[in-house]
Design a protein. Structure first.
Length: 463
């Protein structure tokens, strides 16, 4: 309740400042708020978003701008005066500026790049030259480097001189005269060392570096496995190009997580927030997968047509079709979701396929046995309550349902777990083997398994 009152108070104070029409008062108010609070004011006051950015000091305006959602950033840039836009883009860190520009149409990028000063323009064009989704797009050239022959006193002087323009000073990078990365050393090691000690004496040669052409998922894994706030980015010849900081990687991880969740749900990834994307674009994102899944489900009708004779001879088999195919689809979706999530966080790789298939085979048998027993008992109990409902062979029908459930659940578990790994092996995105896709696959094959088991148990008696 107190937080809600605080937010209302912040909104009211902002509106009072705006009502005063005193630019100094508005600037003073905004510049004394937390960056996140200013961002919330922008989200809550769309009519004033450009005015809010314009009344902030340029450094704070850039700090606020880079944490806003893309649609809001686009609106602000569209309505800002040209001079203010140029100032804002030049103030943005190179990696955040590149991330924003890469989401714009090429003609808009050309015009905005012209507003950058020569140095920032060169950096931006260089970063934009790396493939989309690569580490090169994430890196910033704002870091501190020293040479191996420098003393600790030299290093501390370098930090005092360049720290203001550096994204982080937690780690200092050591290079040689060719610009090759030799080591990275934490700043605390320099602070605690005697002034006359050389950098060479502090080096241990153990460092982790990313390559500019690596996929951004590689950076995500590297940060997860190592306790670092930043990692160096090098070229193929080990030249130090820039650094990637943890905040950028967390942002990418969040976007990839959102995309995977959308794909698992059976839709293309949305590149805009749900409420901001146009209805036609949303329609296009969803209709493709629905058509594919619908065509897949048509195979179910084909399978039923193939077993039409068996169905006519023993109509009661139809009663259990929803039970059979939904059980297989549910276990398949369950398995695929577990495997996709495990692959996303690095717990499983393609090389682990044999261990996965062994575990899922055992799981399939265990889960199928439980559901099969429940199905068997259900038929026997129902036959006892309503004698003759399944004819004189209710035990055989019960065995048909029980073993069909075992087979379908086992198949659903195996296909749901192996499909993401297979797609990854072929170079695709495991998330596309989404729950609906796996369910559709298991629906069709589940019918074949069901009627094959029925033919086995009821051959010569009812079929």
């Amino acid at each position: 309740m107190s937080l809600e009152l605080e937010e209302i108070s912040l909104q009211e104070r902002f509106m009072e400042a705006v009502a005063s029409e005193d630019k100094l008062q508005i600037m003073d108010f905004l510049n004394n708020q937390n960056i996140s609070d200013v961002a919330e004011l922008i989200y809550d006051n769309e009519d004033y978003e450009t005015q809010i950015i314009s009344h902030l000091s340029m450094h704070r305006a850039a700090s606020v701008f880079k944490i806003l959602e893309l649609p809001v950033q686009k609106r602000i840039i569209k309505h800002l005066p040209a001079f203010t836009t140029a100032e804002l883009l030049n103030e943005l860190p190179a990696d955040d500026r590149t991330s924003f520009l890469s989401e714009l149409p090429s003609n808009a990028v050309r015009e905005l790049v012209k507003t950058l000063n020569p140095e920032e323009r060169k950096i931006t064009l260089s970063l934009l030259g790396y493939p989309e989704g690569s580490v090169g797009r994430l890196m910033t050239p704002d870091y501190i480097y020293v040479y191996e022959h420098d003393t600790v006193e030299d290093v501390l002087n370098t930090i005092r001189k360049f720290a203001k323009n550096s994204e982080t000073i937690d780690v200092i990078y050591v290079i040689n005269q060719k610009g090759e990365l030799l080591d990275d050393i934490r700043i605390r090691d320099f602070i605690m060392a005697p002034p006359e000690k050389t950098v060479t004496e502090l080096m241990d040669g153990r460092f982790i570096a990313l390559h500019a052409g690596d996929d951004q998922e590689v950076a995500n894994e590297a940060f997860k496995m190592n306790n670092r706030v930043a990692l160096p980015v090098v070229s193929k010849s080990n030249k130090l190009l820039g650094i990637v900081t943890i905040d950028d990687v967390l942002w990418v991880a969040n976007e990839e997580f959102s995309e995977d969740i959308q794909k698992i749900g059976g839709t293309e990834a949305l590149d805009e927030p749900y409420l901001d994307i146009s209805l036609m674009k949303l329609f296009k994102k969803r209709v493709g997968w629905l058509i594919v899944l619908f065509l897949g489900e048509m195979l179910t009708a084909t399978a039923m047509k193939y077993f039409e004779g068996e169905i006519q001879k023993f109509v009661v088999l139809v009663l259990f079709i929803p039970l059979i195919i939904s059980s297989g689809g549910n276990t398949g979706s369950q398995a695929s979701t577990l495997i996709i999530q495990a692959m996303a966080v690095g717990e499983i790789t393609v090389a682990n396929w044999w261990r996965v298939i062994r575990r899922e085979f055992i799981q399939g048998v265990m889960l199928g046995t439980v559901l099969g027993l429940i199905g068997f008992i259900r038929v026997i109990v129902w036959a006892g309550i309503s004698p003759g409902v399944y004819g004189a062979h209710e035990v055989r029908v019960a065995f048909t349902v029980g073993f069909a459930l075992l087979g379908v659940v086992l198949w659903g578990t195996l296909s749901g777990s192996m499909l993401p790994i297979l797609i990854k092996k072929l170079g695709g995105d495991p998330a596309v083997s989404s729950a609906p896709f796996v369910a559709t696959l298991v629906d069709v094959t589940g019918l074949i398994i069901y009627f094959s088991v029925a033919y086995l148990f009821l051959q010569g008696i009812l079929l």
